[in-house]
Ligand binder design. Sequence first.
Ligand SMILES: C[S@@+](CC[C@H](N)C(=O)[O-])C[C@H]1O[C@@H](n2cnc3c(N)ncnc32)[C@H](O)[C@@H]1O
Length: 324
Amino acid sequence: MISKRSGAFSSQKIHTKKNLGQHYLVDVKKLSFMENFISNINNHVIEVGPGTGQLTKYIIKNCAKLLAIEKDIRFISHLNNLFAKEKFHNNAENNCINYDSEDGKNDSENFKDARKLTENAKEDIELFKSSEEKFKVINCDILEIDFNSLPDYILVGNLPYNISALIIAKFIRCINKFKHGVFLIQKEVADKICAKCCDRDYGRISAFVQSVAKAKKILNVPPGCFAPPPKVNSEVIHLEILDDFAESDLMNLDNLDTILRAAFSSPRKTIQNNLSSAFPHLVEKFSDIIIQNNLNMKMRPNQVSVSVYQKMANIFKEEENDKK
Ligand SMILES: C[S@@+](CC[C@H](N)C(=O)[O-])C[C@H]1O[C@@H](n2cnc3c(N)ncnc32)[C@H](O)[C@@H]1O
């Protein structure tokens, strides 16, 4: 149940859905911090998973435009009522279909509905971008949305933990669109994303994210700040796309991913070990790069910086191109 402290749905009890990661942020200080942080970056915002609208209520105060994307249909009319004064022409109540498996539908029905929702969402997003409306909520699965169809606002959210890494991966692959992301996520994931080279937590995800963005932890959020409280600690992170990020780097992300997966396949083994089993034909070239950067092949993968992995990805790309 959502606590009465949240204010939303205070007169009724709403069952939270575990599979949708529904832990609502109810701590006023943390909500105010997020409001201030976000408003200092941009007043055009996309919020993932507004839920009861707790965080939305704070960020909308300083917004010129706020597009919210929520999978759980139960919140759509509530959000429309809550932000009615913000002037919108949302007809979500008419065209929304509840495809949550808890309503007894089978998987194939859910899939069809999800596709329909995504088609509706695309049209609604297009309309919203060019309209005078300030607030719009779309009933859709964020993972089904092509991020290229979203407006180039700042992307924020108290993310459902089970899919936070997937959402961030989609954000990272769309960096020529987004400049900033502010995400409340599980602390363990935040530690991994923000870890620096040589840190214990520095790994594949850190290097992948930091190849395109500055990653910073900005606020610790203990379980008691949520209703219901999660079992783990949480953290707000800020991802800021690097200024000198080039289109060619974006094209090279898949190659970088391939290199990182191999390099970190056994984090306790040396990079010599990990890379030579995955790329026996390239290991000499990789070794040259390592030496040029005053490193050696006996080091562990967490001792190699992002820029060195990027150079390896370039070599891998050249090799792939030569094969064609
Ligand atoms: C952790 S809650 C955050 C709720 C609210 N923003 C807050 O801060 O209190 C996550 C929200 O994301 C929604 N959600 C879960 N999976 C989603 C998905 N795939 N697409 C869109 N929204 C999703 C949940 O229904 C829930 O409202």
